[in-house]
Design a protein around this ligand. Sequence first.
Ligand SMILES: N[C@@H](CCC(=O)N[C@@H](CS)C(=O)NCC(=O)O)C(=O)O
Length: 203
Amino acid sequence: MKIYDFKGAPNPRRVRVFLAEKAADVVYVQIDIFAGHNRAPEFLSKNPLGGLPVLEFDDGTYLAESVAICRYFEGIYPEPPLMGISPKDAAFVEMWNRRMELELFGPLSTALLHSHPMFKERMQQFPEFGVTQREHALKRAEWLDSLLAQREFVAGDRYTIADITAQVAVDFSQHFGVMQIPEHARHLKRWHQAVSKRPSAQA
Ligand SMILES: N[C@@H](CCC(=O)N[C@@H](CS)C(=O)NCC(=O)O)C(=O)O
């Protein structure tokens, strides 16, 4: 079993952080997105959409989609639980993870793609659209700050996959200058400092 990964990209990092929390020993194979290796026929035969990460099983099957990969590992390494425990808890974790994907990670990724010179030659950029996505994410970051005033982590009192999604979104946005945590968002800052101190944040 191995994971096709790219160190510089956010979705693969979500899976690496998840697996670091589980202390799972998995082989990673680097596929250079900037060199276009994920768009070469050999890689497209593993994932026709070309996205990373991809998990290759020993039987030669391939699983794409970060959350699907995490779901598989949650099953084989249940401790610590990162996707909920009871059915109700798991549903709430999923709700928060989806919200972090749809309201923060997604808009910030879109803002990055439509604003950063790195993607200029790779796609048609609509900078104004990027700005609206950044503004959307900023509003959601303010909302998240107000939620984190009442609880320790995104989905409640335990660290979960929803924290990983939000953490990776904040980190890549800060790294590429898309969005900084607003100065007054002290609860979001407290949370970000706490999740950044976890050993898994190095992944
Ligand atoms: N929905 C997929 C998205 C995968 C994806 O788009 N990954 C990005 C890296 S963050 C990628 O491979 N981009 C390069 C490309 O699509 O050419 C997931 O959750 O894993």
